[in-house]
Write a protein that binds this ligand. Structure first.
Ligand SMILES: Cc1ncc(COP(=O)(O)O)c(C=O)c1O
Length: 374
């Protein structure tokens, strides 16, 4: 019998855990002995360390990336009757957060090459009710923040960066999360800086917004048992914060390792697929997700899967066409670029130090499909 080729995982969290186990468990033991499990010293230090890394004045740890978006919207006073312009090509949370606070997501189409919200489409959707633009640094590539900030300033609206997939991405030498009014990060296990559960983070340069966020994440409390407004329970625990602090020390190596994998894919796939990941000039991709566009996407996916390669379609359906938003009355054809992109995208395995032979095998299989499917 011929030996079966190894399965290629989409992401390999076990490998990372093996390397961190000793250091993390020793922190867990310390936390257990001290008996301070939520919002203690590790959280306080993590907030400062991440803010320093991002180059922002303030950092607020929260319970998830979705909460980071919701709390940012609440801190800006956005709610019922307000509109927020957002890309339809993202994970659901980007729009869901807007709906959670009672505002209306207004979807603007994306650019076909970078998959980012198109500034020309934003401009057409700005109305008297617009309170914020919510660009998504999709897959880890920074959106065209120069144009977005100019539009926001001209209309006097806030910019909430969805950085869930973009820890460490850069735009003109500034880190994602340090460009808009707030930056919202997720530490979900598949993210670039990730914990072993849920976690999130908000960066901002605005001291008033930061203070408001600190209150909102803890039941609107200004002092112990003193509640000035309705908030949330959105605190980060010490065990996750300790892990994030350990990983943060090596974040530049983590990013470099991701970029190396992506570069190898880029070299081998550039002439084979419709497009490899593209991103604005003077920016640095963080490659949380490596997404190509390809003709015959579903057949390429099936071929790779049948050969043991775990791939994903991020995302199969744009947000304006999700059944939950039926009442917003978008029709198929309204945002044609995002609709087309959803038919063509395919995300390939990527994680730091992915074995070179696995990258090459994925590329060889894609090359074969391009011949078979021509
Ligand atoms: C673009 C984007 N925004 C927001 C989120 C929400 O983050 P979380 O899962 O931590 O709530 C995610 C998570 O996958 C995401 O990819």
């Amino acid at each position: 019998m011929c030996p079966q080729p190894e399965n290629i995982p989409f992401i390999d969290l076990g490998r990372e855990y093996d390397n961190l186990e000793q250091e993390w468990l020793s922190e867990v033991r310390k936390i257990g002995t001290q008996g301070h499990f939520v919002m203690g010293e590790n959280v306080t230090r993590l907030e400062q360390e991440i803010a320093d890394y991002l180059g922002t004045q303030h950092g607020i740890a929260v319970a998830s990336g979705t909460d980071a978006l919701v709390l940012s919207l609440l801190a800006l006073g956005i709610g019922s009757g307000d509109e927020v312009i957002v890309s339809p090509f993202s994970f659901f949370s980007s729009a869901e957060a807007i709906s959670i606070v009672g505002a209306t997501p207004v979807f603007a189409d994306i650019l076909p090459d970078t998959f980012h919200i198109d500034p020309a489409c934003i401009e057409k959707r700005i109305s008297k009710r617009t309170r914020a633009i919510l660009p998504i640094h999709i897959f880890g590539a920074p959106a065209d923040m120069g144009s977005i900030m100019r539009l926001a300033e001209a209309s006097n609206v806030a910019v909430i960066e969805d950085c869930a997939q973009a820890f460490g991405a850069e735009y003109y030498n500034k880190k994602a999360g340090g460009l808009g009014t707030t930056g919202c990060f997720s530490f979900y296990p598949t993210k670039i800086l990730s914990c072993y559960g849920d976690g999130g983070f908000i960066s901002t340069d605005d001291a008033d917004i930061a203070a408001h966020l600190r209150t909102l994440r803890n039941h609107g409390a200004t002092d112990p048992f003193m509640h000035a407004e309705i908030g949330r329970n959105s605190r980060l625990d010490e065990i996750q914060a300790a892990l994030l602090r350990i990983k943060l020390r090596n974040i530049d190596q983590i990013l470099e390792a991701r970029r190396n994998v992506a570069e190898r894919y880029n070299e081998r796939l550039a002439d084979i697929v419709r497009s490899v990941p593209l991103y604005p000039e003077n920016s640095r991709h963080a490659y949380n997700v490596y997404t190509i566009r390809t003709a015959n996407r579903d057949r390429v996916k099936q071929y790779l899967t049948s050969h043991g390669v775990n791939v994903a379609v991020c995302y199969p359906k744009p947000l304006h066409l999700q059944s939950v938003y039926k009442q917003l009355n978008y029709q198929y054809g309204d945002l044609p670029v995002s609709e087309q992109v959803c038919r063509e995208v395919l995300s390939l395995p990527i994680y730091p130090n992915m074995p070179t032979q696995h990258i090459d095998r994925v590329c060889e299989l894609i090359q074969k499909t391009s011949k078979i499917l021509q």
